[in-house]
Design a protein around this ligand. Structure first.
Ligand code: IPD
Ligand code: CA
Ligand code: CA
Ligand code: CA
Length: 267
């Protein structure tokens, strides 16, 4: 993607993210409609939908040739990585949004011919914007993030994962996950995949492991983590498919091998 065009897209996306964040904050105490999706704990609200619609309208007006992949159905049916694609999660961490009124993010990854060009993860209530620009680095509120530490090992690492992975489950050997929780310095579960990616990029969490993420959950985070020298792969070590659901391990490279070899045993 040529640099002036990328800069223009960056500027527009950043402006729209701040506008959408303001709209979300204005509605945070409203009596908005809450529905469920695949199960009773899978929540979606009117605010998720209106936020995605806001982005879809802005993008279609300014960039009619671009494609949109979004969680809430305002996007396009996209089955090829050709062209420019905006991959949008209007609210990542809807359960946190509803129950905690914090700890959720807007996540937007912009890809051109399959290459991640720009990633945005906006922690709406903290007003912290993480950005990643291919080849330029990752930033937290415009301050450049340093490369990830080369001094991390399992014993000194903080690992984010869904606590359900440590319970009996059909996807992963829970005994190994329990061992990981014992062996690492601390485990965390933030409830927003996008923020978990941002924390890995920031180096305040050393790895994030999860069994099923959609493109809108990881599209932005993958770009950020790349830019600080981290790596994002499927939990079986294979590359991530951008347009599909994937298991995900995003991590400091120092512990990638140990995690895959000693602690991740897929069923
Ligand atoms: C969810 C959150 C959650 C993760 C789920 C996602 P949503 O996204 O990121 O932390 O465990 O897999 O679906 O539905 O709140 O956008
Ligand atoms: Ca959802
Ligand atoms: Ca999500
Ligand atoms: Ca969402």
């Amino acid at each position: 993607m040529n640099i002036p065009i990328r800069q223009q897209i960056y500027n527009d996306a950043e402006k729209w993210i701040y506008q959408a964040g303001e709209l979300i904050r204005e509605q945070i105490h409203d009596n908005y409609q809450i529905d469920t999706k695949s199960n009773v704990n899978d929540l979606v609200t009117e605010v998720d939908r209106s936020t995605e619609k806001f982005f879809a309208e802005k993008i279609r007006e300014k960039y009619p040739s671009h494609f949109i992949v979004g969680e809430e159905g305002y996007g396009d049916k996209v089955d090829s990585l050709d062209g420019t694609i905006w991959i949008i999660d209007p609210i990542d961490g809807t359960m946190n949004f509803v129950h905690q009124k914090r700890n959720f993010a807007i996540s937007i990854g912009i890809y051109h011919n399959g290459v991640g060009e720009i990633g945005f993860i906006y922690n709406v209530m903290d007003d912290v914007l993480y950005t990643g620009i291919r080849g330029e680095g990752a930033y937290r509120n415009s301050i450049k993030l340093p490369p990830l530490s080369d001094q991390v090992n399992i014993e000194t690492s903080i690992v984010a994962l869904n606590s359900s992975l440590a319970c009996e489950n059909s996807r992963i050997n829970e005994k190994k996950v329990q061992q990981l929780i014992k062996d690492c310095r601390g485990s965390r579960s933030y409830g927003s995949a996008a923020l978990e990616f941002a924390y890995v990029a920031e180096g305040i969490v050393d790895a994030y492991l999860t069994m099923r993420l959609a493109p809108w959950d990881f599209a932005a985070g993958l770009i950020l983590v790349n830019e600080v020298g981290g790596v994002t792969i499927q939990a079986n070590g294979q590359p991530v498919n951008i347009l599909e659901k994937n298991t995900i391990l995003t991590t400091n490279k120092q512990i990638q091998e140990k995690l895959l070899d000693n602690y991740i045993d897929l069923k």
